[in-house]
Write a protein that binds this ligand. Structure first.
Ligand SMILES: Cc1cc2nc3c(=O)[nH]c(=O)nc-3n(C[C@H](O)[C@H](O)[C@H](O)COP(=O)(O)OP(=O)(O)OC[C@H]3O[C@@H](n4cnc5c(N)ncnc54)[C@H](O)[C@@H]3O)c2cc1C
Length: 336
């Protein structure tokens, strides 16, 4: 059981900044995210795009903003449960919340702040028979821990940046024993320099590049042992492999958030703008996941919402203490 003051569901920019504002009030946080890395939409959808409406930055790349937020919250030593989705929130008799993930990890806290953005990112799965049977037994949709592939035969499928970047990473870092990249088309959608690098690795015989082809079959008993690959819709050829990693992108769905007894409006959680509290006492919602009159789905609005929400959490955690606003210019940032 992980114990903290605030469990934050969602490690996008708003969830991350919540850690900072909570830390200033000496409240400890633990973040849960279904993705393997923090950053939410910024890391997942547009890491290389410049953002122009973050105060104090004329322009900042989305990935850089997330790196800066991680640096900013580091003094407050937040905990992370990554690659797991929060599926339930239960309230105990003493008022504590227990947030449980799809992998059974439990988090106990006095308050919960939902910063779930557009919801859980679900992998787009290829239409291959038996796929579910081998999930976590040779089939993975996100690469959470590259060392899982140490000295293994790996087949990656996809034509975007994820597929290209992970192919390069597993080869250049000499992690996998062998890497094959399978793609439906002859051309790729990713960054030109990544495409070039993959072509160079293929020319050097360091990867098997199999284009205009699809993975059609999976074979094995308990674990994945081989796959069938069909090129140009011809009969499939069997290839032994330990892992098949289809990286076809992720799509967001509100997912389990819709089942937590929270008032939902326009596919988002209705909140009170005094402190962004929901209809369940002790549960708050900030960032893209909430809804109120005049709501704008912008990062800076989420930062403001998080700042006000933690003020109310402070009163919940320390009902006997009075919170006085202290400027960071006066008090600095003293972490835990
Ligand atoms: C292409 C593009 C360009 C944009 N440009 C701008 C811009 O210039 N300026 C601007 O201000 N905004 C911009 N936005 C909007 C901005 O990205 C969002 O407002 C911002 O990401 C919201 O942050 P968030 O932390 O609320 O949510 P998100 O970034 O969506 O993060 C939410 C996180 O919660 C996780 N999550 C959800 N449910 C669960 C669950 N049950 N369990 C575990 N984890 C969960 C998700 O995996 C995700 O990582 C842009 C958006 C896009 C798509």
């Amino acid at each position: 059981m992980i114990e903290t003051d605030i469990t934050i569901i969602g490690a996008g920019p708003v969830g991350l900044f919540t850690v900072f504002e909570a830390g200033l009030l000496k409240l400890k946080c633990h973040l849960i995210d279904s993705l393997a890395q923090p950053g939410g939409q910024l890391t997942e959808i547009y890491p290389k795009k410049p953002i122009y409406d973050i105060p104090g930055y004329a322009s900042v790349n989305a990935g850089e903003l997330i790196d800066n937020l991680l640096e900013q919250i580091a003094p407050f030593k937040p905990g992370y449960t990554l690659g797991e989705s929060a599926v339930s929130i239960d309230k105990e008799e003493n008022g504590d919340f227990i947030v449980t993930t799809n992998k059974g990890t439990e988090h106990r806290s006095k308050a919960v702040i939902i910063a779930g953005g557009l919801g859980v990112f679900q992998p787009r799965k290829p239409p291959v028979a038996n796929l579910e049977k081998f999930e976590d037994n040779g089939v993975e949709y996100i690469i959470k821990e590259p060392n899982l592939y140490k000295d293994k035969d790996v087949v990656i499928a996809g034509g975007g940046d994820s597929a290209l970047d992970w192919t390069i990473y597993l080869v250049e870092n000499e992690i996998a024993k062998s890497v094959a990249l399978v793609h439906r088309r002859a051309s790729f959608r990713g960054h030109l320099d990544s495409v070039q690098k993959v072509m160079d690795l293929a020319d050097a015989g360091k990867i098997d590049l199999i284009t205009e082809a699809e993975v059609t079959d999976l074979y094995g008993n308990e674990k994945l042992e081989a796959i069938g690959i069909s090129k140009n819709k011809e009969a499939s050829v069997t290839r032994n492999t330990d892992h098949f990693v289809p990286l076809f992108g992720l799509k967001p769905t509100l997912g389990p958030i819709a089942d937590w007894g929270l008032e939902i409006e326009k596919n988002a959680i209705k909140v009170n703008t005094i402190d962004y509290s929901t209809n369940r006492e002790g549960i708050f919602a900030v960032g893209d996941v909430n809804q109120y009159p005049g709501k704008l789905k912008l990062i800076l609005c989420g930062f403001h919402e998080a700042t006000l929400a933690v003020q109310s959490v402070f009163s919940l955690v320390y009902p006997e203490k009075k919170n006085v606003l202290k400027y960071t210019t006066v008090n600095g940032v003293s972490g835990f």
